[in-house]
Design a protein. Structure first.
Length: 197
C-alpha cells in the first residue's frame, strides 16, 4: 500500500450475506475483495492485500488454517479474526493481529482496519529506522569523524534518519490512548497481562 492508494482489504466469510455486507460497508473507503471460504481466500491472497477480515469457523479450510497459511507464506498482511467463536486460551498461540466478536458494526470494522494499518506503518518505519541507525553507528565506530563530516552519503543518511524519526513520531501521535496502551503495554511493563499466582 502506498501513501496515496487506498488499502486493500480481503473479507473472508463462508456466509455470503455476511461477507457481502462487510464489503458493502467498506466500499469507498478501501479496495475490497471477498472470498466465500478458506480455500478461495488462499487463492486470492497475494502481496497486494493489506488487511484480511477472517471468519474463524468455516467448512473445509477453516479460518485458523487460513491464518497459519498466511504466516507460513510470510505475507506482510494484518489479520483480524471476525468471528462468532468466543475466544479461549488457544488464541494465545494464534498469530492474528486482532480478534473481534460478531456482530460487528461498520464503525468496528473501520476502527479495526485503521488501527491495523497504522500499526503496520509504524512497524515498517521502525524496521527502517533500526536499519539506518545500525549503519550510522557502524560508520561512527569505524571511520574518523573528519571523513564522515566531508561525506555527502553520510550526510544523506543522517537526514534520512531524522525524516524517519519524524515519521515514527507522527505515526505514534495517530494512536488514541486505548490503541497506544493496547499496542505498547508490554514495552512499558513486561509484567503487564500476566496472572499473579
Amino acid at each position: 500500500m502506498s501513501g496515496t492508494e487506498p488499502a486493500t482489504v480481503l473479507v473472508v466469510d463462508d456466509e455470503r450475506d455476511v461477507a457481502d455486507a462487510y464489503a458493502a460497508q467498506l466500499d469507498g473507503e478501501y479496495v475490497v475483495t471477498t472470498a466465500y471460504g478458506g480455500q478461495e481466500a488462499l487463492e486470492r491472497l497475494d502481496a497486494s492485500v493489506d488487511v484480511v477480515l477472517l471468519d474463524r469457523r468455516m467448512p473445509g479450510t477453516s479460518g485458523d488454517e487460513v491464518l497459519d497459511a498466511i504466516r507460513e507464506r510470510g505475507l506482510d498482511v494484518r489479520v483480524a479474526m471476525v468471528t462468532a467463536v468466543d475466544p479461549d486460551f488457544d488464541i494465545i498461540e494464534m498469530p492474528f493481529d486482532d480478534y473481534i466478536i460478531k456482530p460487528v458494526s461498520r464503525e468496528d470494522l473501520l476502527e479495526t482496519i485503521e488501527r491495523l494499518l497504522t500499526c503496520s506503518t509504524y512497524e515498517s518505519k521502525l524496521r527502517e529506522y533500526y536499519s539506518l541507525t545500525a549503519k550510522h553507528a557502524t560508520l561512527l565506530a569505524n571511520k574518523p569523524r573528519t571523513e564522515l563530516e566531508d561525506n555527502e552519503t553520510f550526510e544523506t543518511l543522517e537526514t534520512r534518519i531524522d525524516e524517519v524519526k519524524r515519521d515514527l513520531d507522527k505515526t505514534v501521535s495517530e494512536f488514541d490512548d486505548d490503541d497506544f496502551t493496547a499496542l505498547f503495554r508490554d514495552l512499558d511493563d513486561p509484567a503487564a497481562g500476566t496472572v499473579e499466582e
